[in-house]
Each structure stands twice: as C-alpha cells, then as structure tokens.
Design a protein around this ligand. Structure first.
Ligand code: HDE
Length: 736
C-alpha cells in the first residue's frame, strides 16, 4: 500500500488503525541497536580508536584538532537535563488500556473509554514526590501514578497519585508546600523525607492539610510495589457525552494484585540495602511476564447533584466516599513492556493534566486550574524548548498538523511557505475541524463572578474527612498511623510545632491525639484552634452543601479491609545449608511456583549446596547480597545437618527473626522448628510439633516428621496470601 492511501487527505490516519502496537511501531523508527555496527562520530564518520586522545607525541599535550575527543567530551558534559522539581525519581513502563464495554458512552464521547475493541497504547510513570532522582524508592511519600494514553484522538494524560486527596486546596500554595517538604534550604537535609521541622511547621499552620496528613502517615505511603498500589485522578474532572451533556467524574485505578504495603522498619532498611526496590520489582515483574494490571473505575456525579454532598466536589482535599457514589469499572490497563532506554523514555516523558481529548474536560478545582499552567512551564524548563512534544515518547500516534515548531531541537521539516493561519497560499490548511470530525470543544460552563482572591466557604471543613479516614481504619492501621506520627514528629525539634500538630489530631480524634502525644512527650493542647490561612467567602453553593449528605465511615479507604489474597508474583526465600531435605524442598518449591510465586534459594555462600540424599541445588543469593526484607515469605526445609548449620549462622537467624518481626509467613518442618525458637519466633503455638501434624498459627507453618507435604504446601500458600500476620504481639520483643 502506498503511504497516501492510508490517509484521509488531511494527513490523518484512519481512526481504526490505531492499536497497542502503533506506538511501538512509531518508536521502532527511533530505536537503535549497535550490534554489528562500526562506531561513528555524531556526523557518521567511522572511528578507528577511541581509547586515547590525539596528542603531540605520546607524552605530549592533547591537540585541539581532535574532533572526536571534543565531540565526545562536549556531549558528556551536557548529558543531563534538570530533574523534575517534584517527582524526580520515577520508573516507567509501556502497555495498553482496553475498555470492558461501551457503557460509558452515556457519559463520554471519548473513544478510548468506550470502544471495547480498541487497545490504546499507554506509558505509565510511577514516582516518589520529594526525593531527588537518585533517592531511595521505599521512603514514606506519596507516589505519582501518571498515565499517558496515546489515543486515536490525541494524547490524554491522567496525572494522578496513589492517594485520592492532596495537601492543599489552591495552586498558589504549591511552591510553599514543596519548599517546606523538600530538604531544608540551609543544609539540604533530610533527603526524601517529610520528617523535619519545616514541613511540620507548614503543616501545623495549615489545617487544610489534615486529611492528606492522615493518608501520608498511613501505610499507603510505603507501598510494597508499584504493582500493588491504587491510583487516583484526585481532582473532580468532567465527562461530556455526544449530546454535550456533562457529568462530574473521579478516576480510580485498582491493582489486580490488591493494595499492599511494606512495614516501616522494612522500608527504612530497603532504602539502604536496595534503594531501587520498587523500580526493580516493576522491571523484574514485567521481564518475567507478570504483567501488572490495573482496573480503571469512575465515580460519576450528575451535574444536578453538584451541591448534594457536605463537601465541595471542587475541593481536592476531599474524597467522594464510595459508600455515597460507588465505583463503576471501565476497563483494564496492562503493563507489558519495559522501556528500552530510561533517559529517552522515562526521563523525557512529559505529562500534563491539560492533555485532554474530546469527552473529558476539567473543572474549576483551583488546584487543577493551577496545574494546567504549571506542567507546560516546567517542561520548558526541563527541555529548554517548547518542542518536547516531538520527542518519540511524547509524540501522539496521530498526525500533528499546525504552524508551531520553530525553536530549539525542532525535528519535523515543515514544507512550503505557509506557517500562519488564516492563509490562502496554503489552501487554508491545516483546516479547522468541525466537532463531528473529532475536534475538542471546551465544555460550555457558564461562569460569572467578581475578581476575588478567596476560596469558597464550602472548602472550609478541614477535619471531617480526616476523622472519616481515621474511623475507617482497622486497629492495626490506626496503630501504624500512630507509629508513623511518632517517627515523623519525633524528628521535629521544635516543641511548639509538635504541640500544634497534636492539637490538630485532637480535633480529628482524641484517641489519635493522646496516642501521638504520649509517644513524642508532649501534652494534648486544650481548646486548640488553629485558624485556616484561607480567605473564605460564603456563597449559595456553600449554604446548600452544609445540608449535604455524608458518611461517618468509609471502609473502602482501608487497605486491610479490602485485601486481595493471592500468591501470584510473591517472593519466597528458601534458606539452606548442606544436608537439607531435597525431596521436601523440591515439592514445596514446585507448589509455590505453580501458584505463581518466585522462589530464591539463599545460603551463606554462593555455588552449589548438597542435600542429604546427595543431590545438589544451585544457590541464587548469599546473605551478603540479600535479606528477608526482599521477600514476602521464608521457608526452611528440614534436614538435620542443614538446620544445625543454620543454628550457628547469625545471618540466617537474623533473616528469620526479621521476617517474623515484619509479620511475614514462615514455614519449616522437623528440626527447623527448633531453629525458629532460636530465632526469637515467639508467641506461636508449636504444640504437636513432634507429631505428623501440620500446624498454622499466626502465619507460622510447621510440620512434624511424616506430615503430609501437600497439606504443608497448601497451608503455606494460604498464609502467604494473607500478606502479613499482624496478630503477633511478641514481635516487638524481637531484636532484629
Ligand atoms: Fe504535580 N507536578 N503539581 N501533582 N505531579 C509535577 O511536572 C504541580 C499535583 C503529579 O511522572 C511537575 O513534569 C502543581 C497533584 C505527578 O512525570 C510540576 C500542583 C497531583 C507528577 C507539577 C501539583 C500531581 C507531577 C514536576 C498543585 C495528583 C509526575 C515535573 C497545583 C493528582 C509526572 C513535571 C511524571 C509532576 C506541578 C499537584 C501529580 C512542577 C503546581 C494534585 C504524578 O509541573
């Protein structure tokens, strides 16, 4: 087929030609493989030697005429772009999105959300917010969850986070928030952490932050994996259907593997032992074919219900509780391919919440309105050019026809004399598209008002939803919030700041305030009242909302209450030394792998280890390069000699104690039970350990001699599915 036959005369590709491979096909023309090629300069001249510069004599000075050296050195000197001012540390993946059916047509004309036959290519970038590009993945922070959909109607970006609310209500405060939470201006400490005076000073003076503080102190801020966290569009957006009718919408991503978290001690240790923990997890999962899947759902609120609730839909510090507006599943996103090149793809991808397609529009949320300005501005700073949209990762899969382009690094070579509109010399092209030809038309919302630097009174409740969040937590989740506050505020040096924060907590829940105060050694202030910094104006909408609907609890926000129980892609360590029981190991390992888990055999040294029956297994990891914090569960096969050796190994004992302390599943049999006792595995009922019985107690699976191996494996898998076993009171006594 000739190229032109593919197009409709205006350079537009037929719409049904876009599929999940089209972005790949487009990227193919930019990809480079050096295999079998000669090295060249940037000008394509072949090079015969690149190890020495050109000199006047082998001991003499380097010559200016060495164009190869100068080009190579200059290129290197410029091999960086400014890192993102926030969300600098990120990891990306390619994939596709496919809607389940066309049922969203009632609300939106966006084709990628309503054509079940279409797989829209996507690029997702997960990130932390505060740390710089080389900082650790597992720190306590919000995670970015930004998705670029390369749709047949242009690029749509859903630039969300893993928490459904935000710190502030108005974009004008963003610079202050980021200054306060980033390392301090004088000593550039601490890296990637909110646990310092300036952040908590700011937070304590700004009650609007309270709801978000609850999320940030919760386990949501330390996800176990990018594949196991939810995503949220945060703002209320607008959907528009074919007839032009608008509806309010909130976007949610739900991971198929469920939302799971690390424990804080583990998160801190991972930051040292494997700072790339989340990046590696995502990369390895995709390489192994465990493609991360996220379901997109929406909450839809008809326009006529705008004032129906006791919170403002335009206030980004509020959720719409799912108990008031249930989630409607729309489709599935599957991440199937790692980037070829981190810099060209993950670093250079440029998101913008204003990248919209027909059928989706923004609302007047004052935080979102500010973002619409900020994202392009920041890209111009990063790329030193407005031509960043021409980079392969940012190009839409549909043609771009306009008169923009001059400036640094322009790549497209526009033909002809005409670079303006209207024109007659170019036949009036490119033409204006009518709405029925897929043109974006802004939603015709009626807007009127006085110029006023103020916020609506309906934004002025900063405690109810923070309380709602606290009330919706299980006891374990509440305790983790308290522990996190002990750490964060424990690092604060100014007592007044600690007291102000406890004051806020007392207005959220007295129970929370007392428990936090006790841990940081301050009193709960009496009659605490910190005025908001907002300038609030009462209006008709606010009055209506005061009577609106609300709920006291929202079980949907608790991770513990909504656990997905699966073993798929979970990591299990098997600890052995010479003399282990090979039959048992083989059987349990097979059962784990059949259930989709990934297994690594860990020993003191690498190489081969010999079983009691003389067979050998290859060791995947030694203790120096790994640790219990990198696994979801531990298994120690029986074998008298192996267990006797492990008993004398501090690293192996530490491995088990730590897994116990972090509430992970541990399984062993026969002699292994004594090893657990030696490793401070406490509070577990080991009764019957000498019988043939298989026992499962608080996530510790034990089997006596002659126990049924299938039953043992089945109970082990069942326990791994639970993720953590919080009911181990004695774990805090374990010195790991
Ligand atoms: Fe961002 N944000 N943001 N943000 N944001 C950026 O854009 C900004 C906000 C989010 O992986 C920056 O390209 C302002 C909310 C993600 O490349 C910058 C305000 C949410 C990412 C910026 C917000 C986000 C960014 C920095 C308040 C969740 C990473 C580099 C008005 C809905 C995207 C860049 C990626 C990145 C500005 C608030 C999510 C400076 C002004 C709310 C996931 O433009």
């Amino acid at each position: 087929m000739k190229e032109n036959e593919n197009k409709d005369g205006q350079g537009n590709m037929p719409q049904n030609k876009v599929d999940e491979n089209s972005k790949d096909r487009q990227l193919d023309s930019f990809r480079q493989d050096n295999t079998g090629k000669y090295m060249t300069t940037d000008q394509g001249v072949r090079i015969n030697h690149t190890d020495d510069s050109l000199k006047a004599g082998s001991r003499g000075p380097t010559l200016m005429e060495d164009f190869h050296f100068r080009e190579k050195m200059t290129h290197f000197d410029h091999e960086s772009m400014p890192e993102r001012v926030v969300h600098a540390r990120g990891s990306g993946a390619h994939g596709y999105f496919q809607p389940y059916d066309d049922s969203l047509k009632e609300f939106t004309k966006a084709k990628f959300l309503t054509s079940p036959g279409t797989k829209t290519p996507v690029f997702v970038r997960f990130s932390t917010v505060v740390g710089s590009r080389g900082s650790a993945d597992s720190v306590r922070d919000v995670r970015g969850f930004a998705t670029k959909f390369y749709t047949e109607e242009g690029n749509y970006d859903l630039v969300g986070n893993n928490m459904p609310v935000f710190f502030i209500q108005d974009a004008n405060k963003f610079a202050d928030l980021v200054h306060a939470i980033k390392p301090m201006p004088d000593n550039e400490m601490p890296q990637a952490s909110a646990a310092h005076d300036t952040f908590w000073d700011f937070a304590s003076l700004m009650p609007e932050i309270n709801h978000m503080i609850m999320w940030v102190l919760s386990d949501r801020a330390i996800p176990r994996s990018f594949r196991m966290m939810e995503g949220f569009g945060v703002h209320t957006f607008r959907l528009i259907n074919e007839a032009g009718k608008g509806s309010f919408v909130k976007f949610h991503w739900r991971p198929k593997l469920g939302a799971h978290s690390l424990v804080w001690d583990e998160a801190q240790k991972l930051a040292g032992k494997d700072p790339d923990w989340l990046r590696r997890d995502l990369w390895e999962a995709i390489e192994m074919g465990d493609y991360p899947e996220f379901e997109l759902s929406v909450q839809i609120v008809p326009e006529e219900d705008e004032f129906k609730y006791d919170f403002d839909l335009l206030d980004a510090t509020k959720i719409i509780p799912e108990e008031l507006v249930p989630l409607k599943p729309v489709g599935l996103m599957t991440l199937t391919r790692n980037p070829d090149n981190f810099y060209a793809e993950t670093e250079q991808v440029a998101f913008h919440p204003g990248n919209l397609v027909p059928g989706i529009d923004v609302t007047n949320d004052p935080l979102l309105q500010g973002r619409l300005f900020s994202y392009i501005d920041t890209q111009i700073n990063r790329f030193s050019s407005a031509n960043f949209a021409e980079l392969p990762i940012n190009r839409p899969v549909v043609p771009v026809n306009n008169h923009q382009g001059a400036g640094f690094m322009r790549q497209t070579i526009g033909k002809g004399k005409v670079n303006y509109w209207p024109n007659s010399l170019g036949g009036g092209c490119p033409m204006m598209a009518p709405e029925n030809q897929g043109a974006f038309v802004h939603y015709m919302e009626k807007v009127e008002g006085h110029k006023i630097r103020a916020r609506s009174q309906s934004f002025n409740d900063h405690y109810s939803q923070a309380t709602l969040f606290w009330n919706s937590m299980t006891d374990v989740e509440k305790q983790h919030i308290v522990n996190a506050a002990h750490f964060e505020l424990g690092k604060v040096e100014t007592k007044e700041i600690q007291e102000r924060m406890v004051g806020h907590f007392s207005k959220i829940s007295m129970d929370l305030a007392k428990r936090v105060a006790e841990g940081i050694g301050v009193e709960v202030p009496k009659n605490f009242d910190q005025k908001s910094t907002g300038n609030y104006e009462n209006n008709e909408g606010s009055k209506k909302m005061q009577q609106g609907k609300s709920v006291k609890e929202s079980p949907a926000v608790s991770m513990e209450r909504n656990k997905v129980e699966t073993v798929k892609s979970r990591k299990v360590a098997i600890l052995v030394e010479d003399g282990f029981d090979c039959n048992e190991l083989t059987q349990v390992r097979q059962a784990l792998m059949d259930a989709g888990a990934h297994v690594k055999i860990v020993s003191k040294l690498l190489g081969m280890r010999k079983a009691s029956n003389g067979e050998k297994v290859k060791i995947d990891k030694n203790h120096v390069t790994t640790g219990s914090i990198m696994y979801d569960a531990v298994y120690i096969p029986d074998g008298e000699q192996s267990i006797a050796a492990l008993m004398k190994e501090g690293d192996a004992l530490h491995f088990i104690s730590e897994a116990f302390k972090h509430c992970k599943t541990i399984a062993t049999s026969g002699h292994g039970i004594a090893l657990l006792e030696r490793a401070f595995v406490m509070g577990v009922d080991f009764a019957g350990k000498d019988s043939g019985e298989v026992k499962s107690h608080k996530g510790i699976i034990t089997a006596g001699n002659d126990a049924d191996a299938d039953e043992f494996a089945a109970m082990f898998l069942d326990a791994i599915k639970k993720h953590r076993h919080w009911d181990r009171e004695e774990k805090s006594m374990v010195p790991a």
